[in-house]
Each structure stands twice: as structure tokens, then as C-alpha cells.
Ligand binder design. Structure first.
Ligand code: DC
Length: 210
């Protein structure tokens, strides 16, 4: 079974998807981490983030690996911590926007999805990467709540800068942030993680073959 979890930054996707995968015994695939890792590599190599074809080739030549411990690797380097820095937050939408980059990433994500049961989080999983996913969920939350959650993860930045970053990122991610028509939408503003996970788990159990 494939469970697609989409939604904007700070909606709770990673926490929910990781917990859900644990409960179900499924693999957890974080597609945002793949765009982040590519951004990290491009910055490290001083590649122009506006050069879509070049970045597509870079993605093609340097496959990103997500291991079972949740670590992210590119070009044999463990980038798990480096890709969560605010300097990556700010520019990853610029990299993720290029069609050449998206084509490579989506093909790789589909290959990973084909391996078997997985919870896959991203922006376009239910719409483009896995339109046939068994369960599709679109998580959202009020912007203020999303900003507060991000602040807890990036305390070094400050609330105002973070709110601005989030607004800019929402704008650039917007074209990829449409919920699939058949996605179940959950507003997580007032919900705790375990409640959200339980709701999705129930949807998965209902669709599992007897
Ligand atoms: O979920 P995240 O913040 O780690 O995602 C990082 C960036 O990658 C974000 O700007 C949106 C983009 N992204 C995307 O375009 N498509 C996906 N499937 C996942 C993430």
C-alpha cells in the first residue's frame, strides 16, 4: 500500500508520516529531503540555482539515498543535519521549481514507491508522483500555527524572520500544493500528532485487503 501525505511546510507532515510508518511497519520516504539534499549539493559546488538543466543533470548523476534510520545521503555524504538549516529552507523552492529537477526526482520517487509499502510525504505525491496511491491525505494548519512549529525546530532564526520565510516559501510552493481531488483533508491546527496518525491509520486499515 502507498500512503501519500501532502501539504505545506509546518502542517505536520514529517512527524505524522514518520509515526504512521512506524505504526504500520511501512517505509517512510521524505521527498522534501531529496530536494533539500540536491540544494545542499548545488550550494556546496557553487552551482547557479537558476540553472535548471544543470541542476537536473546534477540530480541525475548524484542519486539521493534515504536509509532505514531516516538519514539522508547524497554523493556518499550524510547530509541529514545540513539540509535542515535555514539557508537551505530559503532556497530549496528555487531548486524544486525547475522542470528538469522535478522530472528526475519524480522518476526516482516512483521507483522507490514501487519497492513496496510506504508512507510518502511531499507536495505532489497524491497528484503527480503516485496518483494511484491507496490513501491520500492533505494536511494543513493555520499559518500562525505552522510558523510556531517551525520556530520550535529553528529557534536560532527569530519569529519575524521565520514568518516571512514561511510566507515566501508558501508562495513559491503554491503551484505544487494543490490537494488531490480524492485526498482526505485534515486541518492539524487543533489536533495532536497521535490523533492525526490514528485517523490516517484507520483509513489505511479500512483499505487493507482482509
Ligand atoms: O517538506 P520540505 O519543507 O522538506 O520540502 C522542501 C522543499 O521541497 C519545499 O520548498 C517544497 C519542495 N518539495 C516539492 O516541491 N515537492 C515535493 N514532493 C516535496 C518537497
Amino acid at each position: 500500500m502507498i500512503v501519500a501525505i501532502d501539504g505545506p511546510a509546518g502542517a505536520g507532515k514529517s512527524t505524522v508520516a514518520r509515526r504512521l510508518a512506524e505504526r504500520l511497519g511501512y517505509r517512510y520516504l521524505d521527498t522534501g529531503a531529496m530536494y533539500r539534499a540536491l540544494t545542499w549539493l548545488a550550494m556546496t559546488r557553487d552551482i547557479d540555482l537558476g540553472a535548471g538543466e544543470k541542476l537536473g543533470a546534477l540530480a541525475d548523476e548524484n542519486p539521493i539515498a534515504l536509509d532505514e534510520d531516516g538519514r539522508v545521503w547524497i554523493d556518499d555524504t550524510d547530509v541529514t543535519a545540513a539540509i535542515r538549516k535555514s539557508r537551505i529552507d530559503r532556497v530549496v523552492p528555487v531548486v524544486a521549481r525547475h522542470p528538469a529537477v522535478r522530472a528526475i526526482m519524480r522518476a526516482r520517487q516512483r521507483e522507490l514507491a514501487e519497492v513496496g509499502d510506504a508512507v510518502i510525504e511531499g507536495r505532489d505525491i497524491g497528484t503527480v508522483v503516485c496518483p494511484g496511491a491507496d490513501v491520500k491525505v492533505y494536511l494543513n494548519a493555520e499559518r500562525q500555527t505552522r510558523a510556531e512549529r517551525r520556530l520550535a525546530e529553528r529557534p536560532e532564526i527569530g519569529a519575524d524572520a521565520l514568518a516571512t520565510d514561511l510566507r515566501l516559501r508558501d508562495q513559491s510552493d503554491a503551484e505544487r500544493m494543490m490537494p488531490a481531488d480524492d485526498a482526505i483533508q485534515i486541518d492539524t491546527t487543533e489536533l495532536d500528532v497521535e490523533d492525526v496518525v490514528s485517523r490516517i491509520e484507520q483509513l489505511v486499515r479500512e483499505r487493507q485487503p482482509a
